[in-house]
Design a protein around this ligand. Structure first.
Ligand code: NAD
Length: 444
């Protein structure tokens, strides 16, 4: 995902740009990540809302059904429309697209088959691939990765998901909303372990209420095909389902592209080391996106691409700040966060004050019928500066942009609370939580 925005920004800045792509422009995000999975979730959400909750809203919905192949057709149409858009943008910005597998020969040369592409500055944006678990082989049918699950044209009757990170909870939501029996296994002691602890608690409660069998602190020992499904062996006993989805993270695509030979230093886990201007250890080579690690998120990759292009063009505006990357998970309820969790803020030595506002107390959330969750603001007790924001609930992934802007502007919690928010909207949860930092929330 990072490569084409970098190409566009470099072109805008007057540079001559070539983009080498072995597969399709747009990368994981567009073809087997963010876009197709969110398109699937849109269908499951609609089906679930009408079938399970229609009556509550006065809608007669006794015979609502879904047709997964049609859901998959829409998924593909969404991807194709956006893919055409990216191809158009390359033409519009006069980016030369070279099809093929690129390999660094020296610091100014990439070989693509028999062709040598030369440039004084290179950006590596090769992304990442799904990781498996030792002893558990993907077969694409019974034991699947998120790539397989995203592109599938049917859903199983039951599924075990290993890993309750972003991928695990999003697929748990998709299948649960479509009536598939879901068992979610997480090795650590909470769901979404990278999020604020209060968010993990809320997710566990919401998922249990939705009927997802969540098991935390589970150590998986192995898995094998059994009884027309998969038997997962854990230290706590056997779990069986028709299908197993392994969602335990991603690994960088940094092997066999000539990085070491041109002097690009990697971290021990294979991600490329870069500075805040996306410069690698090799003069003239920048790297962006999943291949550098940190948050493996499309919007981070895209922003890193812009920073790299500006650095190359000698027009530094602002460096990449990982703390300003918003994290968004499109589960039900949605999760979004930016900056430090309450614990991280305390561990970093801040005296902390926290404001929290539940969606149950918000008019718009009651109208929408989505009252699970809360907005939580973490601020420095001495300065009032907003250090982090954590939202779990309806439209969390949209709502997080505002606290993120506050953090970009180095704003205080009270300023966010003082911003006059439209009523009735879900965004008022952010305002109320910000006001709650100083005990001034109106509706709690
Ligand atoms: P992840 O690292 O976020 O989560 C993996 C989870 O699996 C962790 O909670 C980990 O504790 C658990 N785990 C690891 N080994 C285990 C085992 N043996 N048994 C049980 N649990 C185990 O990885 P992911 O969810 O696969 O996502 C991959 C990357 O893609 C992440 O960086 C994620 O942020 C990104 N992504 C983002 C989104 C989004 O932003 N909406 C969606 C999908 C993926």
């Amino acid at each position: 995902m990072g490569g084409y925005p970098a190409a566009i920004r470099a072109s805008q800045l007057g540079l001559k740009v070539a983009l080498i792509e072995q597969d399709k422009l747009g990368g994981t995000c567009l073809h087997i990540g963010c876009i197709p999975t969110k398109a699937l979730l849109e269908s499951s959400e609609l089906y679930h809302r009408v079938s399970a909750r229609g009556a509550e809203f006065g809608i007669g919905a006794d015979k609502v059904t879904y047709d997964y192949p049609k859901i998959a057709t829409r998924r593909d149409a969404v991807v194709n429309q956006l893919y055409k858009g990216v191809q158009f943008l390359m033409k519009k910005n006069k980016v030369e697209v070279i099809a093929g597998n690129g390999r660094l020969k020296d610091r100014n040369t990439v070989s693509v088959g028999a062709t040598q592409v030369k440039a004084p500055q290179l950006i590596v944006a090769t992304g990442s691939v799904v990781k498996g678990l030792p002893g558990i082989e993907f077969d694409g049918e019974f034991i699947v990765s998120s790539d397989n699950a995203t592109l599938a044209n049917k859903v199983p009757e039951s599924i075990v998901i290993i890993g309750a990170g972003a991928v695990g909870v999003e697929f748990a939501t998709l299948y649960n909303q479509l009536g598939v029996k879901v068992t979610l296994l997480e090795a650590l002691d909470r769901l979404v372990p990278l999020e604020d602890e209060d968010v993990s608690k809320e997710m566990l409660s919401a998922f249990k209420k939705a009927g997802i069998d969540c098991r935390v602190g589970v150590r998986v020992k192995g898995a094998k095909k059994a009884r027309d499904g998969v038997s997962v062996d854990t230290e706590q006993g056997e779990v069986w389902a028709r299908q197993l989805l392994v969602a335990v993270g991603r690994a960088p695509r940094s092997k066999d592209i000539g990085l070491e030979q041109v002097g690009v230093t990697l971290h021990p886990n294979g991600f490329i080391k870069v500075d805040e201007w996306m410069r690698t250890s090799a003069e003239g080579i920048h790297a962006i996106g999943d291949v550098i690690g940190g948050y493996l998120l499309a919007h981070a990759a895209s922003h890193e691409g812009i920073v790299a292009a500006e650095d190359i063009a000698g027009q530094r505006l602002a460096p990449m700040e990982q703390e300003l990357v918003t994290r968004c998970t499109y589960s039900h309820p949605q999760i979004a966060s930016v900056g430090l969790s309450e614990k991280e803020a305390r561990d970093a030595g801040h005296e902390v004050k926290v404001g929290k506002f539940p969606f149950t107390a918000l008019g718009r959330a009651i109208i929408v019928g989505e009252t699970a969750g809360f907005a939580k603001m973490v601020a420095d007790a001495k300065t009032g500066r907003l250090l982090g924001a954590h939202i779990v609930g309806p439209n969390a992934t949209e709502l997080i942009a505002e606290p993120a802007l506050t953090q970009l502007f180095q704003g205080d919690a009270w300023e966010l609370g003082r911003n006059i928010h439209p009523h009735p909207t879900l965004s008022e949860a952010v305002m109320e939580a910000a006001m709650a930092v100083d005990g001034h929330a109106i509706h709690i």
